[in-house]
Every structure is written in structure tokens, then in C-alpha cells.
Design a protein around this ligand. Structure first.
Ligand SMILES: Nc1nc2c(ncn2[C@@H]2O[C@H](COP(=O)(O)OP(=O)(O)OP(=O)(O)O)[C@@H](O)[C@H]2O)c(=O)[nH]1
Ligand SMILES: [Mg+2]
Length: 470
């Protein structure tokens, strides 16, 4: 235990020495992490951000661009040879080509390097030539951050907690019946273990689709090339007392520990620990549409996700980070093009309130935080309509079936406490207001040369995340 932690911190120490030497001598690198729960808008965000950084006609809010200091931006081979490249060209073609459509769901970490040639600002501008700054963008699922909490938990504690939490959920009943039917102290039998693990991951997938956000272990949802391997073949069981030798209980506990060692720790070591700037994307509108339970659930998941950014919370992580921390965190409510801009400030307040506890803690740890509502790819236009004599601020776009529609999503409250309070107190539905949600297809675009795809406040997001380093 001690030896492995020492080795971890030694490697980390050497890496950070290496990083800082190359940064000082050569060219600075900003590592931007993009995360969020499933379907929060990560892929669309990265694709549009990169397109708008390459063609900056719609990025006046990025100060270096406004000041005319960005001489060039270009894509480069990324520095990490074992991480898949973010499939920028195909995603962009899906979003902006003929028959525009949303990209496929992503199942793993990916990375892309964008480099800038920038002229320095201020007094130095006339004296020094342009510098090169690299931006490495890393896309990873927010569910993987939830796994950090597992590091502090034994298999028995995790089992008890998980079973308690899901006991009332309809989605879990099939798995729970199976779990109750086995004797954890009976001899380990691989088909039994496999069938339990399958039922458990089946539950996690349906729970996630039903709007639950506490679906860990995260890799069960996105197994990639680990599918079927022992590190993913375990499940919580109603266990008591010490595990006996060769029992199912003992084998499940061993695999749970292997999951932590072989899946959770490497992710934090190889990806998370190197991030300088982070954007956390949140589909707040989607959760509001699903109802109070989904909102409360999302608030809790956000708290858990963000505890990863609070060094000190987890002993293993903090000794590993050696004081390095994420410098800036942006909380972004995505898909704001579903709302008329009159309602954007309200969505931002909801976003701020949703992440308040977590934000306070992150600020306490020295990271600068901010909240914004944005649309990475604007799919709608705004329109005022009169309904029964009342003017309604609507948005209009193309639906997935190709039809045009104007849409009024309902009026978000001025005070976010109205929503979050109802969610916290366990209300079944919203009082007085229904919040609609419509799936628009990306709009057909004709882009002027020099312009990236249309967006809402992506330039401000970029300024907060990387502007100070350009
Ligand atoms: N109108 C609108 N819809 C968006 C926007 N960004 C994302 N969406 C919608 O949200 C869905 C999910 O977006 P993705 O970018 O694929 O989300 P993700 O977080 O990468 O999803 P996973 O890879 O499955 O975790 C898209 O298919 C769109 O329907 C946006 O800016 N505007
Ligand atoms: Mg994705």
C-alpha cells in the first residue's frame, strides 16, 4: 500500500519536473479537460470550439482575437500516443455538412491538439516575436469522476450503500432479486458472477436512461475494450462479516479492488492529474424537463463529480497531485439555444445554484470558477409569438423529422430556489409550470469564410478557459 503510493508520487514528481522544464524552455501547453454526464454536450462542444478557434469570425469575446493577436491556429498531432484522437473532422462533417445531424455518443477518452501562434500583448508586443501556445483538449465522461469516491470505500461498504440506495428503484428490481437469491459465502462460481454483473450493468444502463445520475462504477456504462474482463465482472451483494476463502464474496471484493487499481487510478493518474483548465458541461434544461427528481439527482451527482477538484478530499489523489491543481473551472449549462435569450440569465442562475456547494469548495481550494449558459452549436432562431393575447418568447428550429417548429419551453423562475427547493424536498412534479424540451436538428448552414459554426457565448467560455494564456 505505502510502497505503491510512494511510487505513484515519485512518478508524478518526475512527470511534473519534465512538464515544467519543457514548458519553460519550449512552448507552453494548456490542458483543457471537457467533461459532463452522458449526453451533456461534450462532443458538440469540442467540435464547435475547435472549429471556432480555427475560424474565429464569431469569437469577438476572446480577447486575443479581438486585439488581433492570433496570427494562426492549426491542428497538430497530439502528444499522447496511446489516447485516441478526438474525431474532429467527422464530427464537424456530421454537424455542418449536408443533412446535418448530431454526432454519435462517445465511449472513451479522446484528445486533440490545437496550436496557436500569438503575438504578445502590451509593452512587449513590439519587442518579441510571436509565441506558440498548444491547447490539448481532453474529452472524458463525467461518470469516471464519480468513481473517485470508490477509492475510499471497501467492497462491503460500497455494496451496502449501493443496495440501500437502489432498493426502491423499479429499474433495479431484477438485479436485486438475483442478488438476494445468491449466498455470498458460497463457493465462487464464474457463471453466477457473470450473470450478477450483467444484471447490475443492465440496471445501471436503464437507470441512466431513466435520468438517474449516480450510476457507478462508471466503466460499466462505457466498458470499451474492458468489456467481459474480470475487473468489470462484479456487483454489489448483501454481505455480512468476513469473506471466507474461495467464496463469491471474496472474489467480488477482489475484483472490486482490481477495478480501483487497474481502472480508476490509471484514469486519475494519466488524464485527470494533468488537467490545468476544466469545463463541466451540464444539461440543466434536460434535467428540468425530466422533473424535480432528476434535478435533485443531478445536483448530488455534480457535488460528487466536483469533489474530485477539491484536493485534500481524497488522500490518494492529493498525495498524487503534489499540490498541482486545476486552475479554472467553468460550469456551463449547455443547449441554451432551446431558450430565448431573455431567459438565459435565469438558466445561468440555476446553473450557479446547482453547483453552489461544490463551487464554494472548489474556490476554497484555489481554483477560479465561473458559470455560463451557452450553446455550442446554435440550432434555433428567436421569435416572439402571441398566444391568447400574451406575448411568448419562443425559439424556432428544424425538428429531427425535418419539420419546422416554434417552441416555448416554459418560463424559468427568476429565483432558482423555486426549482431547487422543490427538487430537494422530493416533489413529484413542478408546481404551476411545465418545462418542455424539444430535440432540434442542427440547422443547415452556409458559413462565410472565416466564420465558425454559430454558437451562443462559446467565445466567452473560451476567454475564461484559455484567454489569459494567449
Ligand atoms: N440544440 C442544441 N442541442 C445540443 C447542443 N449540444 C448538444 N446538443 C444535443 O445534445 C446531444 C448530446 O450531445 P453530445 O455532444 O453528443 O453529448 P456528449 O456529452 O458527447 O454525449 P456522450 O458522448 O453520449 O456522453 C446531441 O445529440 C444534441 O441533441 C447545442 O449546442 N444545441
Ligand atoms: Mg460524446
Amino acid at each position: 500500500m505505502v510502497i505503491s503510493s510512494m511510487a505513484d508520487s515519485l512518478v508524478r514528481g518526475m512527470e511534473s519536473v519534465g512538464d515544467s522544464v519543457s514548458e519553460a524552455l519550449f512552448e507552453p501547453v494548456i490542458r483543457l479537460g471537457v467533461t459532463g454526464l452522458a449526453r451533456s454536450g461534450k462532443t458538440v462542444f469540442i467540435t464547435s470550439l475547435v472549429a471556432n478557434l480555427l475560424d474565429r469570425g464569431r469569437m469577438p469575446g476572446l480577447v486575443a482575437q479581438h486585439e488581433g493577436r492570433i496570427n494562426a491556429a492549426y491542428l497538430q498531432p497530439q502528444p499522447d500516443d496511446t489516447v485516441p484522437r478526438f474525431d474532429y473532422e467527422n464530427h464537424l462533417a456530421a454537424l455542418t455538412g449536408p443533412n446535418p445531424h448530431w454526432p454519435e455518443s462517445t465511449r472513451a477518452v479522446s484528445e486533440l491538439r490545437l496550436s496557436f501562434k500569438v503575438r504578445p500583448a502590451g509593452l512587449l508586443s513590439g519587442l518579441k516575436g510571436p509565441r506558440t501556445v498548444h491547447l490539448d483538449i481532453v474529452d472524458y465522461p463525467g461518470e469516471w469522476l464519480l468513481d473517485l469516491a470508490l477509492l475510499d470505500k471497501s467492497y462491503d461498504d460500497w455494496s451496502t450503500e449501493t443496495l440501500n440506495r437502489i432498493t426502491e428503484r423499479a429499474e433495479a428490481q431484477e438485479f436485486l432479486a438475483q442478488a438476494k437469491a445468491v449466498a455470498p459465502e458460497a463457493k465462487h462460481d464464474e457463471p453466477v458472477a457473470q450473470s450478477l454483473a450483467q444484471a447490475f450493468s443492465g440496471y445501471l444502463n436503464t437507470a441512466r436512461d431513466a435520468g438517474f445520475y449516480d450510476c457507478t462504477p462508471g466503466r460499466f456504462l462505457l466498458p470499451g475494450d474492458l468489456a467481459g474482463s474480470p475487473v468489470l465482472t462484479f456487483a454489489p451483494l448483501p454481505v455480512e462479516g468476513v469473506a471466507t476463502r474461495n467464496s463469491l464474496h471474496r472474489e467480488m471484493a477482489r475484483r472490486y479492488e482490481a477495478y480501483k487499481l487497474r481502472v480508476v487510478k490509471p484514469f486519475f493518474r494519466e488524464h485527470f492529474a494533468r488537467i490545468d483548465r476544466q469545463v463541466v458541461l451540464v444539461d440543466a434544461l434536460g434535467a428540468i424537463h425530466k422533473g424535480p427528481k432528476a434535478v435533485e439527482d443531478m445536483r448530488l451527482a455534480m457535488g460528487d463529480i466536483l469533489s474530485a477538484f477539491r484536493p485534500g478530499r481524497n488522500a490518494w489523489l492529493s498525495q498524487y497531485l503534489l499540490g498541482k491543481r486545476v486552475e479554472r473551472i467553468l460550469f456551463a449549462a449547455t443547449k441554451a439555444d432551446h431558450l430565448h435569450h431573455l431567459q438565459h440569465p435565469r438558466l445561468t442562475s440555476i446553473m450557479e445554484a446547482l453547483t453552489r456547494d461544490a463551487r464554494d469548495r472548489a474556490s476554497f481550494a484555489g481554483a477560479e470558477t465561473s458559470a455560463v449558459s451557452l450553446a455550442a452549436l446554435r440550432a434555433t432562431t428567436e421569435e416572439m409569438r402571441t398566444h391568447e393575447g400574451v406575448p411568448l418568447a419562443c425559439v424556432r428550429g428544424t425538428l429531427l423529422d425535418g419539420k419546422q417548429a416554434a417552441f416555448y419551453p416554459g418560463e424559468l423562475p427568476e429565483d432558482p430556489a423555486h426549482l431547487l427547493g422543490a427538487a430537494r424536498s422530493g416533489a413529484e412534479s413542478w408546481l404551476g409550470e411545465d418545462y418542455g424540451f424539444m430535440s432540434f436538428a442542427p440547422a443547415n448552414l452556409t458559413l462565410r469564410s472565416g466564420d465558425g459554426p454559430p454558437h451562443i457565448r462559446l467565445d466567452r467560455a473560451a476567454q475564461f478557459l484559455i484567454g489569459d494564456r494567449l
